[in-house]
Write a protein that binds this ligand. Structure first.
Ligand code: SF4
Length: 431
């Protein structure tokens, strides 16, 4: 059996059955439901990454897990192993995984509904919709402590205080709230939106592959098809914590963050061991690019966090690296123009106080913006000449204000204070 990494259809998403060729070999992406792995599964994936890949893995901004550096000859046994363990996606051309959940879903004292059950219903009902583009996905948000706003889903379902579900559709300027349904109608209404979108594509009414690219009148038509009631946007919530201890219905959870979401097979195996020693024997992959270990007793939290810190995890919510986002970059990605993670770490030295205040810096190896589809306080996009396009307050898709070398960038970042306006600091004619 040969790997199918050469398949490169538009809108295609890598998975276990369809690995993607990158600069360091094949990338195999696992998308377990809710980002959940048992300790046994996590240990098995770690062993597989060590034996069949280069021992490096990524936790993605959707809470998926990528095994890196797989060789053509080691891919077939890896596929067979993951398929046997139920970790391969279903066959077919649709989305590999239709829903994303908070890693706290089902355990969060602030949640207003049973988000995992709703997500399962949506997977069952909408998973069979013919012609749904592979990249489409739905954020199912129980309204708790980890809002899913940054994941960039096509459709966001958020539990509201009045026992309803608010529906947000992705739009160029952010989420557009298109209405509400009762909890009981949530899965039906979500399915109506998704099947309506697929139908519009089949009928030639749109060529959009993501809801954010759909014309406003068609979005309105989807809202009517789902019989959504008009409603205001749900009230804003504080952004999700990125590291440290978190309260649960019973006990606590430890959120262990990873710089840029990257880790080693040894770290995954170690987390599996901690989950058995201190918790429930479960690991949840977090969209904040970390591992959440639930069921930790209060007295076990400090020793666990101390061990995790020693093993290279970020355990302090004030760590400036949590405000840095970077894709694998050069040489790991064949499309990269710059070594994004190494440059990001260099730049962090020039703006540590900005990062500690929560200013988000996104360094992308190219304009695709895999690591972060949304806006950041400062987005830097690698260019073929090795310099960066600087986009303050925007995303990799927005027009840059300046083109700068990394040395020039560091010179501009060094004197900035948290209150400074980044747009002014990076104003100027593109060179
Ligand atoms: S953003 Fe570009 S360089 Fe970075 S991982 Fe994606 S394709 Fe590669």
């Amino acid at each position: 059996m040969r790997a199918q990494a050469s398949i490169a259809r538009r809108g295609w998403c890598p998975g276990v059955r369809r690995p993607m060729a990158t600069g360091d070999g094949l990338l195999v992406r696992l998308q377990p439901f809710g980002g959940r792995l048992t300790a046994h599964q996590a240990r098995l994936v770690a062993q597989a990454a060590h034996e069949h890949g280069n021992g490096h893995l990524d936790v993605t901004a959707r809470g998926n897990l990528q095994i890196r550096g797989v060789k053509e000859e080691t891919y077939p046994p890896l596929l067979a192993l993951l398929d046997r363990e139920g970790l391969a996606e279903p066959e077919g051309d649709g989305p590999n995984r239709l829903t994303v959940l908070s890693p706290l879903a089902g355990l969060d004292p602030l949640d207003r509904w049973d988000a995992p059950t709703l997500a399962r219903d949506i997977e069952t009902m909408a998973g069979a919709v013919e012609g749904l583009p592979a990249k489409v996905f739905v954020a199912v948000d129980g309204g708790g402590a980890m809002p899913l706003d940054p994941v960039g889903a096509d459709l966001h379902l958020v539990a509201t205080a009045d026992n309803a579900v608010a529906f947000g559709a992705a739009a160029p300027g952010g989420l557009h709230w298109i209405g509400t349904a009762s909890h009981a109608r949530g899965p039906d209404a979500a399915c109506a939106v998704l099947s309506g979108f697929a139908e519009m594509r089949r009928a030639g009414r749109t060529e959009a592959r993501r809801l954010r690219d759909l014309e406003p009148d068609l979005v309105q038509a989807l809202s009517e098809r789902a019989s959504l009631e008009p409603a205001a946007a749900p009230p804003p919530r504080p952004a999700a914590p990125r590291a440290g201890a978190m309260a649960l219905n019973h006990g606590q959870a430890a959120l262990l963050a990873l710089p840029f979401g990257r880790c080693t097979a040894a770290q995954i195996a170690q987390a599996a061991a901690w989950s058995e020693r201190f918790g429930h024997g479960e690991i949840r992959l977090s969209f904040t690019r970390g591992l959440l270990l639930p069921g930790i007793a209060e007295e076990s939290m400090a020793p666990l966090l101390a061990e995790a810190h020693g093993a290279g995890f970020i355990t302090d919510a004030q760590d400036p690296r949590l405000s840095l986002i970077a894709c694998p970059g050069k040489p790991d990605c064949g499309s990269a123009w710059v070594p994004a993670p190494a440059d990001a770490m260099r730049m962090a030295q020039s703006c540590e106080s900005l990062l500690q205040q929560g200013v988000i810096l996104h360094v992308s190896g190219c304009a695709k913006g895999c690591a972060h589809p949304g806006r950041a306080d400062l987005t830097l996009v690698g260019r073929p000449d090795g310099r960066y396009d600087a986009v303050p307050g925007g995303s990799t898709r927005d027009a840059p204000l300046l083109h700068l070398s990394i040395d020039d960038l560091m010179t501009r970042l060094l004197p900035l204070k948290p209150a400074d306006d980044l747009r002014l600091a990076f104003a100027g004619n593109p060179r």
